[in-house]
Design a binder for this molecule. Structure first.
Ligand SMILES: [Zn+2]
Length: 279
């Protein structure tokens, strides 16, 4: 019985799968590593914001794509992370450009407070959206604060609540997000609970928690994150981080910037850590 002739395999069958797999693998590497990196989008977003503010964006080298955390170190960067462990540098930093948010039927800025223009524009848009959806007029309780003002504020909180009480309610000067011009405290007076934790339970507070990311804001001090941020729940305190980061933060269920950037917890100031070790 004649043996059947072995089938001749086409070169495409022999070489096809490995070649296809390598192409696919290489494609995935590029996609996950470089081209589709959300960090790169953040750098681009940051450059757009800097350019819009008339600032010269830093020249980016390869290391910036590999170590994008460099963008959180400098006080004048839109993504700067400031907390009890990370003072602004310089400590008396003041933003170069600040704008007064215009009052309107959707936004009450009768105190004529100022923010960095990127954050100011975003807040105006957010207030318009809230108003259009029937949440009333957003009030700006606090926005940019100078180093000197923060010194006074911390002293006044210390007189009112004692040092321990002041430490969870207010930042020491040089450690406040308000000093960057990128943080704002808001309320909707018609709904009550202005600058109180119950703001989080109001319709406006819930809207802010669910939707502010679309405008580039995050609620910086959420419930149950005190051990990481060092602050108690502040549903009124919004930090502008830009739409790209805020979207990524929200989509991934992140609750603190420390977690987002894999930074150490900042419950205490370095001097408090030192004191606790001296018994
Ligand atoms: Zn605040």
């Amino acid at each position: 019985m004649p043996k059947s002739t072995p089938r001749k395999r086409s070169p495409l069958f022999i070489f096809g799968p490995p070649v296809l797999l390598s192409i696919l693998g290489f494609g995935l590497l590029i996609q996950s590593g470089i081209l589709a990196s959300p960090k790169l989008e953040m750098i681009n977003e940051q450059n757009r914001i800097s350019a819009a503010q008339g600032l010269v964006p830093p020249t980016l080298g390869l290391t910036d794509y590999i170590y994008p955390r460099l963008t959180i170190e400098s006080a004048n960067q839109p993504l700067v992370v400031v907390n009890k462990q990370r003072a602004l540098d310089p400590i008396d930093f003041a933003p170069s450009s600040l704008v007064v948010m215009p009052s309107s039927k959707s936004l009450d800025n009768s105190r004529e407070l100022v923010l960095a223009s990127s954050a100011a524009n975003a807040l105006v848009l957010m207030a318009e959206q809230m108003h259009a959806e029937g949440y009333g007029q957003l009030f700006v309780n606090s926005a940019y604060r100078t180093y000197d003002y923060q010194v006074e504020l911390f002293e006044s909180k210390t007189r009112q609540y004692g040092l321990a009480g002041a430490l969870v309610r207010s930042a020491k000067a040089g450690h406040s997000e308000h000093q960057t011009g990128l943080a704002v405290d808001v309320s909707v007076p018609a709904q009550g609970c202005a600058i109180m934790t119950c703001f989080g339970e109001t319709a406006a507070g819930k809207w802010v928690a669910s939707n502010s990311w679309q405008f580039g804001f995050i609620v910086r001090y959420e419930e149950e994150t005190t051990a990481i941020t060092g602050y108690s729940y502040e549903p009124w305190h919004l930090r502008f981080v830009g739409e790209a980061l805020a979207a990524e933060y929200s989509e991934n269920g992140i609750h603190t910037l420390e977690e987002f950037w894999s930074l150490p917890a900042a419950e205490f100031y370095p001097e408090e850590d030192a004191e606790s070790k001296v018994d």
